[in-house]
Design a protein around this ligand. Structure first.
Ligand code: TRP
Ligand code: SF4
Length: 398
């Protein structure tokens, strides 16, 4: 019934590193070819933890969007926008807040974890407690079915689904719903009506998810039906409510195993990153000073790649032939570690080449980026307004 959409967001943390590139952006680039995608900068989310330091948000937003574009996110394919430029998110957040139990927010695991982790900050704020609900509004306002996120965000997605379900339950009620739905079934025409009823029974009595899918596809194809009737029939499949908000699914990005310079996962908080647009001299220096297998003190000591932080990076960046060479030469003490690191440096710089080329025009002309964000935000706002119209209507606010 609603157009298929993918949505994801990132807090503006500034320049992105190779972990973001391999773990997130490459996935987004894949998705932008397959679905209509919305990618946005969650600047309000950044304020929930950095409300005392707003000075960097604008710059970080700008740098991060350049990284997206440099990676190959295509603004003619995907819609790129900034959360605070679509104020409708805040309206939905407010309206969802009316019916969201405090307990749902308090029991999201990231809530207590983050408060523990960021001890130096006072996060006993209303805004921080509301973080997952704001995220729910981000998603629900576009009726996005798929949300590519990492494992850590799964509890937020679960809460989003609960919020949508509760909203539909509270506000999808309609006097005489059942009668109206049955009338709408008749309007499908006798053949489709029979199919619909049959699939609905199979889903409701046997819990066959496949029947639910088929029934939805059937409704999608039912051209003659008015929108209100369609909403009823979608809701009627699962219960006795109209469907206003859509329950999203997490599209789990497989755990990025991007190793950092010290063998731990690459992460800003470990200080072991290489930025996507880091200059060549800095990259070279960082790799050359990486720790290696501690057993290799001298070049004549045999080493073991599986005990060396350089090796997992070779597995990402180097050809099979180079990897074989590394294993053989390291174990046989045939090369020095700097020699071993050179093809890795070459590999990183090679990958970076097209990224830097794409970034250049945006670095030269900041208005290009601003225009992309302004256009994307306008597009996103139109979609958001459609949902808000329905939300206001059922909440008695038209
Ligand atoms: N909380 C997400 C993160 O830290 C960012 C985010 C905000 C988000 N709103 C979203 C992700 C909506 C997906 C969908 O990564
Ligand atoms: Fe690591 Fe390569 Fe040195 Fe072996 S030769 S310890 S794999 S850097």
């Amino acid at each position: 019934m609603f157009p298929e959409r993918v949505l994801s967001g990132m807090r503006p943390t500034g320049a992105l590193h190779l972990g973001h590139y391999h773990g997130v952006l490459k996935n987004w680039i894949q998705l932008q070819n397959e679905y209509p995608c919305l990618f946005f900068v969650a600047d309000w989310h950044a304020l929930t933890t950095h409300y005392d330091d707003p000075s960097v948000i604008e710059k970080n937003t700008h740098e991060m969007v350049i990284d997206w574009l440099a990676a190959g996110i295509d603004p003619t394919q995907a819609t790129l926008f900034v959360q605070s430029k679509v104020v409708e998110h805040a309206e939905l957040f407010l309206l969802l807040a009316m019916s969201t139990p405090l307990g749902w927010l308090e029991r999201v695991p990231t809530y207590k974890e983050q408060i523990e982790k960021l001890k130096e900050k006072d996060l006993s704020t209303y805004g921080f407690l509301g973080y997952p609900l704001l995220q729910a509004a981000d998603i629900l306002i576009y009726r996005a079915q798929h949300v590519p996120v990492g494992e850590d965000q799964v509890p937020h997605l679960e809460m989003t689904r609960e919020v949508a379900r509760r909203f539909n339950y509270l506000y999808g009620r309609e006097i005489g719903f059942e009668e109206k739905a049955l009338e709408a079934v008749k309007k499908l025409g006798s053949k489709m009506a029979r199919q619909y009823t049959d699939l609905r029974n199979r889903y409701q009595e046997q819990g066959e998810d496949e029947a639910l899918e088929q029934a939805r596809a059937l409704l999608d194809d039912a051209k003659s039906l008015a929108m209100a009737d369609k909403e009823r029939l979608f809701g009627f499949l699962e219960g006795s409510r109209k469907l206003i908000l859509v329950e999203p699914q997490a599209l789990l990005t497989k755990e990025s195993k991007m190793p950092g310079l010290d063998g731990q996962k690459m992460s800003k908080s470990y200080g072991n990153t290489i930025a996507m647009r880091e200059d060549a001299a800095a990259i070279t220096k960082k790799v050359r000073t990486m720790p290696t297998d501690p057993a290799r003190v001298r070049k004549t000591d045999a080493g073991e790649p599986s005990k060396c932080p350089v090796w997992p990076l070779h597995q990402i960046y180097s050809s099979d032939a180079t990897c074989l060479w590394v294993q053989d030469a390291c174990r046989g003490a045939k090369i020095g570690c700097l020699e071993c690191k050179q093809p890795l440096i070459d590999g990183i710089l090679h990958e970076q080449q097209p990224i830097l080329e794409r970034a250049q025009q945006y670095m030269d002309d900041p208005t290009l980026v601003r225009n992309i964000i302004a256009d994307g935000s306008d597009k996103a706002r139109k979609m958001a307004q459609e949902t808000m119209r329905d939300v206001r209507e059922v909440m008695g606010l038209l």
